[in-house]
Design a protein around this ligand. Structure first.
Ligand SMILES: [Zn+2]
Length: 288
């Protein structure tokens, strides 16, 4: 069981192939219209994904696929074929952004919805073979598409990114991105480049963005981040030298923050906050 690890599903999940026609089966349906998922309103603060297939709701699906079994429940993903003005949700249901599910559904359902959205993104972007241009077809036995002409196989795309809490004595290095709200600071992060180890990526990102050298790089946790297909790999690192010099491209401010002078922090939806909370816990001895 992996449920003690952050961001891991609490109930076991078995991906796999389901024989037969998924449109006729009930279970949990992650039904997307563009980037939004169809949910049922339970009450003001609580949502559930559809227990019914698009077909049984009268919604035309362009793509359906079995996702796997969550505990004893079969899960499916579907992308709706929509008119130009978008699909209308059935009565009592809404299309909601994935982020708005966080805190309003079970954590596992939020994670599975992210998994479903990544599969939709991949499927949407791999209609044709990247080598010969022939239309790709789904493989039934695995989550992959195959070119019937040249046999090229495409698996869902994942982009690994490192994210790190850099600590200098009793302070943590946080940075402000132009994309953030004005007062919000977060940990540094960046994509892994071809040929790099994860530790090299941590050292390079911190140095490129802030001019700081680090050592004692230690893995902490990982988080799938379906916006659109990242895998965030979280580390802690120790300050080893240098003074802050910001690159002005990805970030526009950075600084060292003690536990009693922290700025506005990212929400608990992201691993950035877990890394910062770990720092707070280490400094105060209290769970953040
Ligand atoms: Zn091909």
């Amino acid at each position: 069981m992996l449920k003690q690890y952050p961001f891991a599903l609490k109930t076991p999940f078995r991906p796999g192939a389901l024989p037969g026609d998924p449109t006729s089966v009930s279970g949990l349906w992650f039904i997307f219209s563009r980037e939004k998922v169809l949910v049922q309103m339970i009450d003001r603060d609580s949502l559930a994904v559809s227990a019914r297939s698009p077909e049984s709701l009268g919604l035309p699906a362009a793509f359906t696929r079995y996702l796997g079994r969550h505990g004893t429940i079969d899960c499916f993903v579907a992308e709706l074929a929509e008119p130009a003005d978008g699909c209308e949700a059935p009565p009592g249901m809404q299309f909601r952004s994935l982020r708005s599910l966080f805190g309003a559904t079970d954590e596992d359902i939020f994670s599975l919805a992210g998994r479903a959205l990544q599969i939709i993104h991949w499927h949407r972007e791999h209609h044709f073979c990247g080598r010969c241009g022939t239309a790709m077809v789904d493989r039934s036995a695995e989550l992959a598409r195959e070119c019937p002409n040249c046999s090229l196989i495409s698996h869902p795309r994942l982009s690994p990114a490192v994210i790190m809490a850099v600590v200098r004595e009793d302070k943590i290095l946080l940075a402000h991105s132009p994309r953030f709200p004005e007062d919000m600071y977060s940990t540094l992060a960046g994509f892994v480049e071809p040929g790099e180890t994860l530790e090299e990526a941590v050292g390079r990102e911190v140095w490129e963005e802030t001019g700081i050298d680090v050592d004692n790089i230690r893995y902490v946790a990982s988080q799938p981040w379906p916006f659109p297909h990242s895998l965030m790999i979280g580390f802690s690192a120790r300050y080893a030298g240098g003074e802050i010099r910001i690159d002005d491209k990805e970030i526009d401010a950075a600084g060292w923050f003690g536990v009693h002078e922290l700025p506005l922090l990212p929400s608990k939806v992201s691993i950035a906050r877990l890394l910062i909370d770990n720092f707070i816990t280490t400094q105060t001895g209290k769970k953040a």
